[in-house]
Design a protein around this ligand. Structure first.
Ligand code: NAD
Length: 502
């Protein structure tokens, strides 16, 4: 049993920050405007120590039915409100998120094991902006009209879809939830959020924010639980759910698509990734290393967009790898709640084991230059799911280390000789979420970006997000786009009205 000191200190800290629930952390559902105790509790674990820090209820048919029915009832009025009347509710929701900023920062670290310093790099602002942006967008976005040569006029009307199931992963739980909540509610749908079972804390506080912002009961609901045979699957099959916005693994996306087919639901799939990070000889090498370290090890590498395949042009391969290894070794691993910590713990023991499986494989077929083991940390962190940042070289592009999503702090580095070879290597995976291109040659940036089979290319940076542009994956990384009018189309039905001139 782990010494509960760290946890006790954290609870004290949460209390001092104005945590709005009774302690200890006994997570509740939020259904029809009420916090519902729930049944079938499962443990909430702090990844940095393995401590059980609370419990969450598993929603089953009863809770899913209640939540969907509450959302369906609320839709009858929320869906008919003009966007300008919905906007003040959503703005208050966003304000509440900002009000609870320090609490969210701690909860995200407790949930995910991510360093609190990363939560302080605009994470909570992004959450609030996700809601505000779409609240404003729904008000300002117009519609098209097409006069025909024969005098008839077509015009396009948009109307909300209905009850949305928002199913989210554990790696950026609160940010990804708000990304879905914003457009869902702004465009007149109502929502049932099913957060990942590893990370129920942020969603619990989000429900509190919605509640305190005065959202009408049933407009936003949260049901906790698991995926298969649990709240997740039940939502995807529920006849009153009209829309599923899912972010998670590609394999889960396939299952959800099949389950949603019987009731023909509208689906958006934001799935896995295996991003290439192309470092050309003309790049500013120090900057390239800085971007690479961030893209590889931010959030312990548990990011769909992580640059996990490094393709480096031969003339700079050696100096780049040397600098990368030094930078990886310099990262401070430790307690996520310590503001000095740069890398935290992986989400769960089984996930650490999965990543270690790739490390062991890499030791057999390639060279592990640094990392590949659990760091020595003092008690109680010695029980946490930490892994040193890991750099692998001498690996074949077809190897599973270069093909499969590892979702941990592990990168493979491959040399290349020509631009064509770099593009071919980058496109050589089933995934197509994003890529990074590092070069100071503008023409090269334009050529290479155009040739990459992905949904987003960052040139000389990573993880910069403008909500007006589309976000989503090509190939096995997803179906559909979120953001701006691309996301708007997903969350709305359209109707053409054709008027005769006689
Ligand atoms: P996951 O697919 O295991 O789970 C995601 C969510 O789906 C969880 O809430 C889970 O409970 C639920 N779920 C699982 N099986 C289900 C089923 N049969 N029916 C309904 N719901 C089900 O993913 P994860 O491990 O939580 O997250 C990591 C994955 O998410 C990675 O593959 C990562 O790349 C991906 N991801 C993608 C993006 C993106 O924008 N494309 C962003 C973040 C994470």
């Amino acid at each position: 049993m782990v010494e509960p000191k760290l946890y006790k200190e954290t609870l004290e800290r949460l209390k001092a920050l104005g945590f709005p629930f009774e302690l200890p952390l006994e997570v509740t559902h939020y259904i029809g405007g009420e916090f519902v105790q729930g049944e079938n509790p499962f443990p909430v674990i702090y990844p940095a120590t393995g401590e059980v820090i609370g419990s969450a209820p598993e929603g089953r048919a009863k809770e899913v039915d209640l939540a969907v029915e509450a959302a369906h009832r609320a839709f009858q009025s929320w869906g008919k409100m003009p966007p300008s009347e919905r906007r003040p509710y959503l703005r208050r929701f966003a304000e509440k998120i900002r009000e609870y900023r320090p609490v969210f920062e701690v909860l995200e670290s407790l949930d995910v094991g991510r360093p609190i310093r990363e939560n302080r790099l605009g994470y909570v602002d992004r959450m609030a902006n996700n809601i505000e942006f779409f609240a404003d967008f729904a008000v300002t976005h117009g519609s098209e009209a097409y006069p025909m040569e024969n005098g008839y006029i077509n015009y396009v009307l948009r109307f909300p879809v209905g009850v949305a199931a928002l199913i989210t992963p554990w790696n950026m739980p609160s940010m990804l939830a708000t990304w879905k909540i914003g457009p869902t509610l702004a465009f007149g749908n109502t929502a049932v959020l099913k957060p990942a079972e590893f990370t129920p804390l942020g969603a619990w506080l989000l429900a509190r924010c919605a509640h305190e912002a005065g959202l009408p009961p049933g407009v936003f609901n949260v049901v906790h639980g698991f995926g298969p045979d649990s709240a997740g699957e039940l939502l995807t099959k529920h006849p009153l759910v009209r829309l599923i916005s899912f972010t998670g693994e590609t394999t889960t996306g396939r299952i959800i698509l099949k389950n949603a087919a019987d009731t023909l639901k509208r689906t958006s799939m934001e799935l896995g990734g295996k991003a290439a990070n192309l470092i050309f000889a003309s790049a500013d090498l120090d900057r390239a290393v800085e971007v690479t370290v961030r893209a590889a090890f931010f959030n312990q590498g548990e990011v769909c967009l992580a640059g996990s395949r490094l393709l480096v042009e031969r003339p700079v391969y050696e100096p780049f790898v040397e600098k990368l290894v030094a930078a990886a070794r310099a990262l401070r691993i430790g307690d996520p709640l310590d503001p000095e910590t740069q890398m935290g713990a992986l989400i769960a023991e089984e996930h650490l084991e999965k990543v270690m499986g790739y490390v062991e494989h890499a030791k057999r077929v390639a060279t592990v230059l640094t990392g590949g083991k659990r760091p020595d940390l003092p008690h109680p962190l010695d029980k946490g799911y930490f892994l040193e940042p890991t750099v692998v070289v001498d690996v074949a592009p077809s190897d599973k280390v270069c093909q499969e999503e590892i979702f941990g702090p592990m990168v493979a580095v491959l040399p290349f000789d020509t631009e064509e070879e770099a593009i071919a290597l980058a496109n050589n995976t089933p995934y197509g979420l994003n890529a990074i291109v590092q070069t100071r040659d503008v023409g090269q940036a334009v050529r290479v970006s155009a040739a990459l089979e992905v949904g987003t290319v960052w040139v000389n940076d990573w993880f910069v997000r403008d909500l007006r542009v589309p976000f989503g994956g090509a190939k096995q990384s997803g179906i559909g786009r979120e953001g701006g009018h691309y996301g708007y189309e997903f969350y709305y039905e359209t109707k053409n009205v054709c008027i005769a001139n006689r």
